[in-house]
Design a protein around this ligand. Structure first.
Ligand code: HGY
Ligand code: MN
Ligand code: MN
Length: 400
């Protein structure tokens, strides 16, 4: 099986034009946005040209299906609100190229997928969570984005493209090529990372409700300032986590809204996202208890109310040994002495798909370790090496 690097790179550059941010190679292609819909329709056309049968499930997960049993390869084509051109898109276009190369070589059968809302405009890897049965369609439809738009409403933009549910039983396994989104490979000057396991995650909103008041006449000691509660919480959390976390544990408050968000008004309400990740499910649970207890403690001490939104989560998952071995053998051929086995600190659709079938992942470097930013980039020779490893692994599985 021989991939066509030029054909692959051209598709990758053509896709990044759809929703191009106009800043570097960045893209803005959130789930169900105009750009996301256009990208999925463009991908559907490329899938048809590759001889695949195009189907889309009610969530907007787009599949290019080979006849009979096949290996499923892919990722997601939606982006963060400010996204890189490769996060997800690389895996979808690489899958397309492997499917074409496999067809040109007379086999094996390769199907392609672009999952929807992996970037979690509405939740956490929402499209593959629904497809894999981790989340019901009705629960997903009730999820809202930060502007209060419900997923059930948003996904109507793809109604005319939906063909119906796609049966996972037709697939023998799933592989995903993705950028590392961290500094490890780039710093080491390596080309390929074969993923050992993907971290788990917990994600929820926390609300502090205090007293909206005048910013000039309200003495500091009488305030019930919701933002000051957030500040106290995030500072003290660092101390409370000290004996629980490891250097690999991460936690982020990436989104904060204050009400009424005015310079001369003491904020009466603060809603913020609380997200934490680790490779150990037990540690994720202990961190949750600390978060809930500390938020309640701070609210009580300051005379505020605290409430917790619904929590979304995924468990840590190990990659399938047989698929991983195929990737390792291919990496050793393509990038001898320039590959490694490593964990994934980022989440991926592979976590959800692992509920249904064996999964494995591989990484190529992110320049400067940057991702979820317009500056995200990877050297083209590394991108082509990644697809080559993927194709060789698929061929190796077929021959074994
Ligand atoms: O957040 C993540 O890990 C993924 O890129 N959505
Ligand atoms: Mn991704
Ligand atoms: Mn991402």
């Amino acid at each position: 099986m021989q991939i066509n690097g030029e054909r692959f790179l051209k598709d990758l550059h053509d896709l990044r034009q759809i929703g191009a941010a106009g800043v570097g190679k960045g893209v803005v292609r959130p789930a169900y946005s105009e750009a996301d819909v256009a990208a999925r329709r463009w991908l559907a056309g490329r899938m048809r040209e590759a001889g695949l049968r195009v189907e889309m499930d009610p969530m907007g997960n787009l599949f290019g299906l080979a006849e009979g049993k096949s290996i499923l390869i892919g990722s997601h084509s939606d982006s963060q609100p400010e996204g890189g051109w490769l996060d997800g898109a690389l895996g979808v276009v690489a899958a397309l190229e492997v499917a074409r190369a496999a067809a040109e070589a007379g086999g094996p059968a390769v199907s392609v997928v672009s999952f929807q809302d992996e970037e979690g405009r509405f939740g956490v890897t929402t499209g593959s969570a629904v497809w894999s049965g981790h989340l019901s369609q009705s629960d997903a439809d009730a999820l809202t984005d930060h502007r209060g738009v419900a997923l059930g409403e948003a996904r109507k933009v793809l109604a005319e493209d939906v063909t119906g549910p796609v049966d996972a039983a037709q697939f023998t396994g799933f592989m995903e090529l993705h950028i590392e989104q961290g500094p490890t490979l780039d710093t080491a000057g390596e080309t390929i990372g074969v993923v050992s396991d993907i971290v788990g995650i917990r994600d929820m909103n926390i609300t502090f409700a205090g007293q909206q008041n005048h910013a000039g006449t309200t003495p500091m000691h009488l305030r019930k300032d919701a933002f000051q509660a957030v500040a106290a919480f995030t500072t003290e959390l660092q101390n409370r986590f000290a004996n629980v976390v490891t250097p690999a544990t991460v936690w982020t408050m990436g989104h904060v809204t204050l009400h009424p968000n005015a310079s001369s008004i003491v904020p009466g309400r603060a809603v913020f996202s609380m997200q934490w990740r680790d490779g150990d499910a037990d540690r994720l649970g202990r961190m949750e208890a600390i978060i809930r207890d500390l938020a309640a403690e701070i609210a009580a001490a300051r005379g505020l109310e605290v409430s917790f939104g619904g929590m979304l989560g995924l468990e840590p998952v190990a990659m399938d040994a047989r698929l991983r071995a195929a990737l390792e053998a291919a990496a050793a051929q393509v990038a001898p002495d320039r590959w490694r086995i490593m964990p994934s600190g980022a989440l991926h659709d592979a976590t959800n798909v692992s509920r249904l079938m064996p999964v494995a992942m591989l990484f190529v470097p992110s320049i400067g370790g940057i991702s979820h930013a317009f500056e995200e980039d990877t050297a083209e020779h590394d991108l082509v090496a990644g697809v080559d490893v993927l194709a060789r692994a698929v061929a190796g599985l077929h021959d074994s």
